[in-house]
Ligand binder design. Sequence first.
Ligand code: 5AD
Ligand code: SF4
Length: 466
Amino acid sequence: MFEIPTKNIDERRQGEAFEGVQIPVAAGKRFYIESYGCQMNFNDSEIVASILQQQGYGATVNYTEADLVLINTCSIREKAEQTVRNRLQAFNTVKKEHPGMLIGVLGCMAERLKARLLEEEKLVDLVIGPDAYRTLPALVEEAGGGQKAVNVLLSREETYADISPVRLDSNGVTAFVSIMRGCNNMCSFCVVPFTRGRERSRDPESIIRECRELFDRGYREVTLLGQNVDSYYWDGTLTFAGLLARVAEIDPLLRVRFSTSHPKDITDEVLHTMAQYGNICKYIHLPVQSGSTRILQLMNRTYTREWYLAKIKRIREIMPDCGISTDIITGFCTETEEDHRETLSLMKTVGYDLAYMFFYSERPGTLAARRYADDIPEEVKKSRLAEIVELHRQRALEKMQQEIGKTCLVLIEGDSKRSAGDWCGRNDQNRMVVFPKAEGTGKGTYVQVKITGCTGATLIGEMIKA
Ligand code: 5AD
Ligand code: SF4
């Protein structure tokens, strides 16, 4: 396995672009891949890169020189789809001067719009859904011959277990490992069950093998990925807690993270396993979506405000220092000012370390789109979102300030963005920490850092022990 550069734009990171370092590419055909959406999608692009590499393709970070331009797409909000359409226009402008170039849409938008992308919009040559990446080489051949190439079949089994992802845009220290695909929850706002199909778990032996290989190559952190990791289940015996323990046992120097958990599914067994292993990071992403029980019911989240708060209490009983982050949707159908206040008060009670905050975007075909009117005016959605963002900013800053004076273990990920004289890395609770470099330290090493200051998003410190 080797690293290939790419250019990824994560919609959740609000349009921030990441550019890889240019490396020499193979002499043959070249592909370019751009990814949007969740970490799962980024990891899927690494699987696609591996499939193409086996076909002799080299990678490029410049789409104007690519033979095959791929865009791995997200459908979660309308804005994500609009961004992709704009990119497709840009690719097509270049294609006019490079008639041999093929343009392919992968991922959730491919699954949602299917052949419509080829027929109505005529912006693409290939359309491939999340479970059909193995057929990419054959489809490229078909498209090259001038045929319409589409495969959006969803599978009940596909987990790409045997494919070693080619690490794209890698820092060589942290990597994502998919452990399951699909989602069986039916949150009424969400398009995922339609675009990614039924839940299925990946063979644990292939997960352990991939994590061990990463460790042997110098990686020091794996994030186990799935739309709903807590429903991981293998062979009637292995639960997510069991899998976590097995990955943690690979080596105490390998940090383990995971994402995403559904509040209804994260068990005490998982919490106790996290507490038991020093190398399982004390950090949980636990999307709440709303603080109002009435709205949670309409969203079909299957828990109440009180139940969610009890889960937070339980997490803190078992791991008092656990970092907690969330996703919040504001302006869901029928949301009143009172419902909105309940979300604000829940945020105050929990005190999230990190929050991804969105306003509701109706997605065609979802339960909510079929059942409820998208009746909250855009200005109201926006002003509620602004309030939520501001409250979170204040609370998160207070929490960061509480870290000053404490000492934490940091895994060095690389140079700080601002200064090559500083390292940056994360602590257990997933907070970015920046501190001056010192001899004997390097990427992939653990250091103790005393926190001396902070900004809104970063802790600043000094190393106390290599
Ligand atoms: N509108 C706005 N946000 C959404 N999310 C999922 N579907 C929608 C939607 N239709 C958010 C949820 C989810 C995160 C990945 O995206 O908060 O947890
Ligand atoms: Fe977007 Fe959801 Fe698909 Fe991920 S699974 S790419 S968040 S729609």
